[in-house]
Ligand binder design. Structure first.
Ligand code: SF4
Length: 446
């Protein structure tokens, strides 16, 4: 049972030294009880107290890891209901489902295509995380053959899905030194499934028709020695699924350890990609640890990958690129020089337009703490002084022979100040929108 703030306080040094960032040990204890700080933030907790506090210090949703061939998918460790309270921690694993009823060659081709898909999004590589292999034939041998076919086409982590312990055992038999997720424990087979998971040191997916049933099962499975579990709450409609996921997250955050595990959602198998996409999107936002898709195509998967990326970024830390002088399209020293901020979307908007035009240019990216141009200007993070500083810091004058620098049109107002900061340079005002840059380069800068 989790401890209250007062109980935790009694185990702290009670010196109110403030090194944890809080004015008193009691304030720190209250935050620890609410899972909003780490126990390690107090450097003076005794080893004995650490042991006693371990449960309270543990995240309310257990961290579960599946792994294969150097690839790892970690889910759980979440501490908030709403992203803006702090952040969501571990991206849900996006897995593609294959069934052992599918033709072996088709499985290999499907898995190879999905495993080979990767897309660059504002400098981040986005890709699927693994595959869920499901036994629908009831034939353990056929299931093992399908797992082997998947493994021939991809080395990504797997979830093995079956109602039968024999099938899961057969699937495990073709894997070598991996940690797959085993999915299939329920009220009728949980003992054998728990034993199989224990023998293979694998996390176990547990199915239940209600939260009460799931809680009862996880408690029994935990007593059998399994700590790493994933919940599969039964859900029909979108609304029912949302309600169950939210209830589980709320209960877990209230330290109800019996449901303090990541969840897994099968997006949809109706054959309607639109419906599947909606369901997967909901699962990514609220609060799945694994989302299993039935459909793979770049146009289907890309929006889900981007959605996941956006939901799981820290809302207080914009995605940034490294401040530097970037060469686009292999520029020569006398090619144009533009300047912008290090907000990723700003950088890639400009860079993509320039690269798409085929025109060579230099792009100076200043440290604006990840803000876009207008926001950074309003916050005093993108001004004449910071641009002049970046010109010097990145040795622009050594790499660029001409002395013209193009400002984003939105900050035309600072052109005079920049001329004062860079008296040897001609300051030009470029377009407001990145999409207009190629035309500007071809006309004004030609
Ligand atoms: Fe108390 Fe530890 Fe914080 Fe110091 S660092 S105030 S001892 S909780």
């Amino acid at each position: 049972m989790a401890l209250s703030g007062i109980q935790i306080y009694k185990m702290l040094p009670q010196t109110n030294c403030k090194e944890c960032g809080f004015p008193t040990c009691l304030a720190f204890a209250m935050k620890l009880a609410a899972k909003q700080v780490e126990l390690d933030d107090c450097p003076y907790v005794t080893d004995e107290a650490k042991t006693d506090l371990a449960e309270s210090a543990a995240p309310p949703i257990r961290l579960v890891e599946v792994a294969a061939n150097g690839h790892k998918v970690k889910v759980g460790n979440e501490v908030v209901l709403f992203r803006h309270e702090k952040k969501f921690v571990n991206r849900p694993g996006l897995f593609l489902r294959v069934r052992d009823s599918e033709d072996e060659a088709a499985v290999e081709a499907k898995v190879a295509a999905a495993a080979g898909y990767s897309v660059d999004y504002v400098g981040i590589d986005l890709a699927l995380d693994g595959f869920a292999v499901e036994c629908v034939s009831g034939d353990a041998g056929k299931f093992a053959t399908t797992v082997a076919a998947v493994r021939r086409s991809s080395d990504l982590p797997l979830a093995l899905v079956a109602d039968s312990v024999d099938a899961l055992g057969a699937g495990l038999g073709v894997l070598d030194d991996e940690r797959p997720l085993l999915v299939g424990a329920d009220a009728g087979n949980w003992e054998a499934m728990a034993d199989l998971a224990a023998q293979n040191e694998a996390p176990l997916g547990v199915r239940g028709g209600s939260i009460d049933e799931l809680a009862e099962l996880t408690a029994k499975i935990k007593e059998r020695g399994i700590d790493d579990m994933v919940l599969l709450p039964a859900a029909g409609t979108l609304r029912a699924s949302l309600e169950l996921q939210t209830q589980i997250r709320r209960l877990a955050l209230k330290n109800e350890r019996s449901v303090g595990f990541p969840t897994l959602i099968f997006a949809d198998d109706s054959g309607d990609p639109g419906r599947e996409s909606v369901r997967a999107s909901q699962a990514i936002c609220k609060y799945a640890g694994f989302v299993v898709l039935d459909t793979f195509s770049p146009e289907f998967v890309y929006p889900l990958l981007v959605l996941r990326e956006n939901i799981y970024t820290d809302p207080q830390k914009p995605i940034q690129v490294q401040p530097a002088l970037y060469g686009l399209n292999d520029p020569a020293p006398d090619d144009p020089l533009m300047v912008t901020t290090n907000f990723s979307i700003t950088y890639f908007s400009v860079a993509n337009e320039v690269e798409g035009s085929g025109l060579p240019a230099w792009l100076l990216v200043t440290d604006a703490e990840g803000m876009s141009v207008l926001t950074a200007w309003a916050a005093g993070k993108f001004d004449a002084e910071s641009i002049a500083k970046a010109v010097k810091e990145f040795g622009v004058a050594d790499k660029v022979s001409q002395r013209r620098i193009v400002l984003p049109g939105h900050v035309a107002v600072i052109s005079g100040e920049l001329e004062e900061e860079l008296p040897d340079w001609e300051v030009m005002v470029g377009p407001r929108e990145a999409v207009d840059i190629p035309a500007y380069m071809k006309t004004v800068m030609a």
